[in-house]
Ligand binder design. Sequence first.
Ligand SMILES: N[C@@H](CCC[C@H](N)C(=O)O)C(=O)O
Length: 259
Amino acid sequence: MTHTFFKYQGTGNDFVFIDNRKELFNKNNTKLIAHLCNRRFGIGADGLILLENDEDADFKMVYFNADGNESTMCGNGGRCIVAFANKLNIFKNKTTFNAIDGLHEATIDNGFVKLKMKDVDDVEVFKDYVFLNTGSPHHVTLVENIKEYNVKNEGAKIRYGAPYNKVGTNVNFVKQIDSETFSVRTYERGVEDETLSCGTGVTAVALAMHTLEKTNTEVVTLNVEGGTLKVSFEKTEKGYKNIWLQGPATLVFKGEIEW
Ligand SMILES: N[C@@H](CCC[C@H](N)C(=O)O)C(=O)O
């Protein structure tokens, strides 16, 4: 049978989108999802996202990593689904949608999406790294030689090692550029490779760098391999609130595929 899909990218983090408002897609078909995300045998993407109806919001986002497993929040996927829902005329400029970590507010203006992320109350600082959950788990560590860094090998060691083990984590390698700008390269769990950008990852980096007092601004610029994102936030007694991830989200193509 022929199925319609859409492909979007947000700073190079790319996703297959399926309008599943009629609930025809089998979410337990891990093999099919991994096949659709495969860059040689399928459409090719870092993840697959279903847009569904929701009782409390304009729509619901269901996110799967490229390995076919449903996972935690995807920030760039969240920005892209806002662009997709806007294309489907589900809302005009401002929306609220449901995701695995709760309700998210968002706006879109000329392809530029601002997405409100969940509050972060717990930022754990260790000797060589910071760990926090911005909807997905993130290990953040500063490195000097970011351009030459072997993100895949070093990221995999941390992702599969203690204390994360089987559950794993995403791993962000960071270099400070100036008082409000950082370069970030991310190893993504579930893709098991470096991706060109990670939305929950740059959010984690911005909050971690603020916690470490590497920056004192509450609007941080993050240069990723696929472009530039901004994260703004407010410090609270326990952590951070009013966190917004901002950047472009673009339709790449629409297509049809057999399965
Ligand atoms: N690309 C994402 C993160 C997706 C989730 C991650 N791979 C995980 O399983 O934790 C983003 O933009 O946030």
